[in-house]
Design a protein around this ligand. Sequence first.
Ligand SMILES: [Zn+2]
Length: 293
Amino acid sequence: MNSQQEEHELESSTWLDKPKYTHVKTRSDVHIIPRGSWEKCSNCLKQIMTSSLISNHFVCEQCHHHFYMPCQKRIELLTDDNSFKELFTHIQSTDPLHFKAGSEPYKTKLQKLHKKLGINEAILTGTATLHKRPIAIAVLEFRFIGGSMGSAVGERLYQLMNLAASKKLPFISVASSGGARMQEGLLSLMQMAKTCAGVQILSTSRTPFISLLTNPTMGGVSASFASLGDVIISEPQAMIGFAGKRVIEQTVKQKLAADFQNAELLKERGFIDMIVHRHNLKTTIATILKLLG
Ligand SMILES: [Zn+2]
């Protein structure tokens, strides 16, 4: 991720509104906002009361900069009140490689994150209703090892896709990930094929699949199920790609454009169907599902 601030002024192109805003992407965008009294917007530099930011769905009131949103808040944003029922929590990561980074074993890291975040994997999967329509929904959590897709994340996605196909529930995924999980090596890479097979099951059963990409969606997640939605939506200025910009620049020895890998450019090139302001996501998804019948 590029830590140098890059400023762009642009106009969104959603169906529902066209707010003007500016945006700066920083590494800190993906971190959860601490429960302090005030938070500084990394784009317009305005001081915002943390409580106001949370009640505004983590969007800056001044410039519409989209802060990172935790998975539990995503569920609240996109589903009807208290309708979410989490499934497949029994599917958990193992440690097949006995991986250890520094002094901390992988297993210990998983246990610590479970205690800290209240989730035992980098994903929430379950069923809910959206404007009273039953849906299956999966939300990745970046704070949990960068939202990386290990064997448990891939298996939960696959199981939910099967359930959605068998019950004809529209499938909605919300991606926020650095890619495959290195701690599980090849088993993580296998999840790319597995989740793509799950999308094929959705397709064969003619079950709608809406993929929402948020900042950041990278690596093995962007290169598998997240790019295979019947409709692909992104939040404004989300970074979406495979390898990071800095890595590519060092490899090809060329300076890349400032808007490289941002959602607006990808929409222009046809990779994304629409860019939607967070405040309009629920209504937009409900409208699409209605149109798809
Ligand atoms: Zn702002």
